[in-house]
Write a protein that binds this ligand. Structure first.
Ligand code: PEP
Ligand code: MG
Length: 580
């Protein structure tokens, strides 16, 4: 049966492929596609894990003697569940047929069984689903404790080009883990349009639709899907006519994109000859290739935390140096702005929690980003030292996220001084004049921008968080995403204030939030005085085209009028006219 689901259009383009379902539980175990030649080894790993758990249950059971006890009955039941072919045999078929790793295979089968149990009316029988879960969890623990050969390495090179991931939710670290597998697209039930998950989809230039509410329940594995990331639509089991129509649309989009690519080597200058810097936002060293291909003039935002998400421990100074070195060398003399770790909230080194601490109710308002760096001076020093060490290899700048208070800036500058003097003590050279900038992503920072201008060399506006905090809208929550309005007059007032105040004192301002990569807003931002835009490489050609078609002297008076408007709808209308 064909049906259509509507959600948030977070990453444009069209993907056509097969549904590849991922459940919440599977996200807690690794979900890898096994190379064909490793499949039988994976089956053997599964069998070994089952045997070990069976043996462990047997030892406990024997220790209890023959007398009937509750615990004895419980173990007997778990042994029975473990021996049931539904759990002992079917996962092996899943491993063989779908080439899943063992953990993933058994968790998928568990979900199916649990769903069947949950339909049973009898309460006693229904509650046996808990026992199934417990048994599976025990097997998964055994597998996870002995990961064997089913590592990400084994999955590398496996192509997911015609697979569309369908999940209830995906964290940024889940998406980073998928990066190697080249999935065609992903769709989720939850998530907002400027969540880091959405940002990663745009960075990978794959179509994505989030906030579909119950796609994970309605879509079945291997069903054919069309994902229209431009309209926020997912069509399940489309008929031949619709498929043909979308194949055609997909081709047209590809043709448009390749036409834009021709702009790669042209200058990004407006019609009235104002030079506009178009820079790339990157998440890991390998992104340098696409940045250069898109014609980026440098890296305006290197989100360093992404390289180390979910890995469980903090990277050493040398590991960081190596990652930063690859980017600086790769950019061949172009400027590279390295942002210090923006960890916490949805981006964690430990996949299950923030730096091993307990979860807080409001992580976006908690110990994240620079607050966390200042609270962990050792980690912060190792990052600052690693950045300073690469600064002699190219044109490197340091960017600090989430600053809001003058004393935080002072503390940060003192930490930088400390890192510099320790390197001097060790006779390690670095750029003594390295520039340090602050991100403007908290309304307090935008309003009191003077405290930044007096202390820092440059500013970079992070509109994703700035909008989230100005409008009190969680950027990852699809339930309130309709209120996430970049054109809210309060947002525009803050942007205009920061850009014009910095201009008066000659401090460069760039923008690295998602707004900078939206060609519909390029003229508005040019009219406000913005001259440096940093965005996902895939967006650079479209923004460059807009820059080349704009005359700043014509745009300025219109933007001034727009900034006096108080209704988002009217602002929207005027921006459409500005782009006409
Ligand atoms: C921002 O907040 O706009 C920004 C660029 O930082 P991030 O998206 O990584 O929070
Ligand atoms: Mg931010």
């Amino acid at each position: 049966m064909s049906f259509t689901l509507h959600g948030l259009a977070v990453s444009s383009g069209i993907a056509i492929g097969q549904a590849h379902l991922i459940s919440q539980a599977t996200l807690e175990v690794s979900h890898l596609v096994i190379a064909q030649r490793m499949v039988e080894k994976e089956v053997a790993r599964f069998e070994t894990a089952l045997a070990r758990v069976r043996n462990e249950f047997g030892v406990i059971r024997n220790g209890l003697g023959k007398a009937p006890t509750d615990i004895g009955a419980f173990i007997d039941l778990h042994l029975l569940i473990l021996s049931d072919p539904e759990l002992s045999e079917v996962p092996k078929h899943i491993i063989r047929e779908r080439r899943c790793n063992a953990e993933w295979a058994i968790v998928q089968q568990m979900e199916l069984l649990v769903a069947q149990f949950e339909k049973i009316e009898d309460t006693y029988l229904r509650e046996r689903s808990y026992d199934v879960r417990q048994v599976v969890e025990r097997v998964v623990r055994e597998l996870v404790g002995r990961p064997g050969h089913a590592t990400a390495k084994a999955a590398k090179g496996v192509k997911g080009e015609n697979l569309i991931v369908v999940a209830h939710d995906l964290s940024p670290s889940d998406v980073m883990a998928f990066k190697d597998q080249n999935f065609a697209s992903f769709v989720t039930d939850v998530g907002g349009s400027t969540s880091h998950t959405a940002i990663l989809a745009r960075g990978m230039a794959i179509p994505a639709v989030l906030g579909l509410h119950n796609a994970r329940q309605l879509i079945r594995d291997k069903e054919t899907l069309i994902v229209d990331g431009t309209r926020g639509v997912v069509i399940v089991n489309p008929d031949a006519r619709i498929l043909e129509e979308y194949e055609l649309k997909k081709c047209q989009i590809e043709i448009e994109r390749s036409k834009l690519k021709l702009l790669k080597t042209t200058r990004s200058t407006t019609l009235d000859r104002v030079k506009i810097d178009l820079l790339a936002n990157i998440e890991e060293p390998s992104d340098v290739t696409v940045a250069l291909e898109s014609g980026a003039e440098g890296v305006g935002l290197f989100r360093t935390e992404f390289i180390f998400l979910g890995r469980g421990d903090m990277p050493s100074e040398d590991e960081q140096f190596e990652a930063y070195r690859k980017v600086v060398k790769g950019m061949q003399g172009r400027p590279v702005t390295i942002r210090t770790f923006d960890l916490g909230n949805d981006k964690n080194i430990h996949s299950d929690d923030a730096i091993g601490e307990r979860k807080r109710d409001n992580p976006a308002l908690g110990l994240r980003s620079i607050r966390l760096s200042l609270a962990e001076p050792k980690t912060f020093q190792s990052q600052l030292r690693a950045i300073l060490r690469v600064s002699k290899l190219g044109k490197v700048k340091i960017l600090i996220p989430m600053l809001s208070h003058a004393h935080q800036i002072d503390q940060t500058l003192a930490a930088l001084e400390q890192a510099k003097s320790s390197l001097r003590g060790e006779k390690i050279s670095f750029d003594e004049n390295i520039e340090i900038g602050g991100m403007i992503e908290v309304p307090a920072a935008a309003l009191a921008v003077g405290i930044f201008l007096r202390r820092m060399n440059f500013l970079s506006i992070g509109t994703n968080d700035l909008i989230q905090y100005t409008l009190a809208i969680d950027r990852s929550d699809e339930q309130v995403s309709y209120l996430y309005d970049p054109l809210h007059p309060a947002v525009l007032m803050l942007l205009a204030h920061v850009i014009s105040t910095a201009e008066k004192v000659n401090i460069p301002v760039s923008m690295c939030g998602e707004l900078a990569g939206d060609p519909k807003l390029t003229r508005l931002l040019l009219g406000m005085g913005l001259r440096q835009f940093s965005m996902h490489p895939a967006q650079i050609p479209a923004v460059k085209q807009k820059v080349k078609q704009s005359d700043i002297s014509e745009v300025i008076p219109i933007v001034r009028r727009i900034l006096r408007l108080e209704e988002s709808a009217k602002i929207q209308e005027q921006i459409e006219r500005l782009n006409a």
